[in-house]
Write a protein that binds this ligand. Structure first.
Ligand code: ADP
Ligand code: MG
Length: 249
């Protein structure tokens, strides 16, 4: 049994079958990549895992418990954290203030902006946020406005904000999308470092095959809402069905 078990998940948007009988088993402490052409249903699947969408049929179990019927907040509390396709940070806040938000959320279940800037926000929360920034190799950027950072650093901050919630499962939706090669390589190194330094399972949706083959132990190929193949990277490379799925892209 994997830490994440998706069984026969279907999701329709009107006449469009975005997901058709998706089965996925993700082993604990592994990095599992989901690849597939644009519109294959990758983001839809991720949305079904975090409560942003509710599958029409099927089941999604995390660590033996169903996530279906729970709110995104409750699913987050179960230990699933997600990095979105476009960075979701607070551009007007500093890097430090951004990092304090998930630390508050973890401790209090919520945060208030005024608290982050008040004396109450100076104690253990600040220490935790500081430690997390050190972990992310971005302590030197703590006073920068988040909006003024490079795309790669925004992504780094966002991943750190997810990790500050101490998830057991981290979901990444195209974390290197729109990045220059150097930032992409830095992101690969960061994810390797994260994986090596804690018990965490990572599910990564990724277009860049260099990223996928650098990180994943298993790869699921999704095409038109249905898994085509699932295997180790060596078997996925050059697989005729995978080439077929990407033809016409
Ligand atoms: P991917 O992430 O693999 O590129 P998506 O999961 O975003 O694909 O989309 C799968 C299909 O579902 C696409 O055809 C997309 O246009 C459609 N789709 C996604 N979200 C919605 C939505 N909220 N309403 C209607 N159609 C959607
Ligand atoms: Mg997508």
């Amino acid at each position: 049994m994997g830490i994440l078990e998706v069984k026969n998940v279907n999701k329709r948007f009107g006449g469009l079958q975005a997901l058709g009988d998706v089965n996925l088993s993700v082993a604990e402490n592994s990095v599992h990549a989901i690849i597939g052409p644009n519109g294959a249903g990758k983001s839809t699947l991720l949305n079904c895992l975090v409560g942003k969408l509710i599958p029409d049929t099927g089941s999604v179990m995390f660590d033996g418990q169903s996530v279906l019927g729970r709110t995104p907040y409750e699913i987050n509390q179960m230990g699933i954290s997600r990095v979105f396709q476009t960075p979701e940070i607070f551009g007007d806040l500093t890097v430090m203030e951004n990092m304090m938000i998930p630390c508050f959320a973890k401790r209090d279940g919520a945060f208030k902006l005024n608290v982050i800037r008040s004396v109450e926000g100076q104690g253990d929360i600040r220490d935790r946020a500081e430690a997390m920034l050190v972990d992310m190799n971005m302590a030197d950027k703590r006073h920068m406005h988040a909006a003024s950072m490079s795309r790669g650093d925004k992504r780094r901050l966002e991943i750190g904000m997810c990790l500050a919630q101490q998830p057991r499962l981290l979901l990444l939706d195209e974390p290197t999308a729109g990045m220059a090669r150097a930032d992409t390589n830095n992101t690969i190194d960061l994810l390797k470092q994260i994986k090596a330094s804690r018990d965490i399972t990572i599910v990564i949706i990724e277009h860049d095959m260099h990223v996928v083959f650098s990180l994943a132990q298993r790869i699921t190929v999704l095409a038109q809402g249905t898994p085509l193949v699932e295997d180790v990277p060596e078997k996925i490379k050059g697989h005729p069905k995978v080439r077929e799925a990407y033809l016409g892209e």
